[in-house]
Design a protein around this ligand. Sequence first.
Ligand code: UDP
Length: 386
Amino acid sequence: MKILILGAGGFIGVNLTERLLREGIHKITAVDIEKDKLQEVGVFDDPRLRYLHLDIRKDNDTLEQETKDHDLVIDLVALANPALYVTDPLGVFKLNFTENLKIVEYCVKHEKRIIQFSTCEVYGMTAASVVGKDPGEMPCPFIEDETPMIMGPIKNHRWIYACAKQLLERVLHAYGLQYDLKYTVIRPFNFIGPRIDYLPSEKAGNPRVFSHFMNALLYGTPMRLVDGGKAYRAYTIIDDAVDCMVRIIENPDGVCDKQIFNIGTPENEITIKEMAYLMRDIFDENFRQDGDPFPEIISVPSEEFYGKGYEDCDRRIADITKATELLGWKPTHDLRSVIYKTMEYFVDQHRAKQRRHETASAPSPATEAVSAPVRKRRLGEEVPSR
Ligand code: UDP
């Protein structure tokens, strides 16, 4: 197939592009306005890859022509970061709905299959939270074609992202019904892994929780638990997620047509508070070097951390029965290894940066000592119980 990957330069896109090229079956056009991460994984020498610097908001003619020229469109273009849902709700709506709708409509017009990345946030909050129960007390797996979607009031504009994605899914479904559009929706549940995000000490902005905690471990700022860190998340390593995506792309006998898939690891659940302590322990055991700071863990109100309009998703567990039954997919990494591998990536990047800095500022690079390589130990210990 000729595959058009829109948003190929982001965390999911770069991991997916790398895997597809490694498998060597398809030709890829990677579209993005950023190419740093693609460069980092060294895919530019591959003759099966064509990189196209295109802002999908600006050049509709090229976007339409590219859609026409490919067999499959994978749409990963998104602003997917809770801090942005609060600070730039209109920007989030326009990109995640209006611009993405345009891509869907090109696919309808040119009869192309589309894989649309959505979000687990379309499910919103759990029923337990609505009736005032601790979400931990009620099992509540989110099932693609059954679970109702519960969101907070309009004044909590954090939900604009979830609503935009939900509406896009509803439009895809309607195009499937009325125009026979071959679409597949993917709802990712908290993917982490190499190339995920940036550290706030190294780049301005407010990234996701994992990067904040890594920043604290590497730079000694506090690990901040928003509203005490009582929300639950279940983490999936990007490699497992990409494995499922590849099966969806192959689409044996059309099983993925007009289907929505959760991709997640329900067993890898942890509260954010537990994760802070676990990450600090893993750092101490495996990565700490002399002189590394030891961050404190503190609670902060969500309004102070994000601003007005934030409301949390209390708990998200993916029901992955559909992916298992239709695609034979199951995630293979437990929570500790998912967290360890992602931490290892951040630590390696950070130490490499430190070495470059030390080498650059040394009077004679040949004689200057560099920081010791990352100390790694075997995985093994159980995650602390809740
Ligand atoms: N969070 C936190 N400390 C941080 C950043 C986020 O406690 O430094 C919380 C946030 O309120 C949410 C969870 O961690 O409960 C996950 O946040 P993330 O930014 O990863 O995005 P989400 O999973 O909500 O999409």
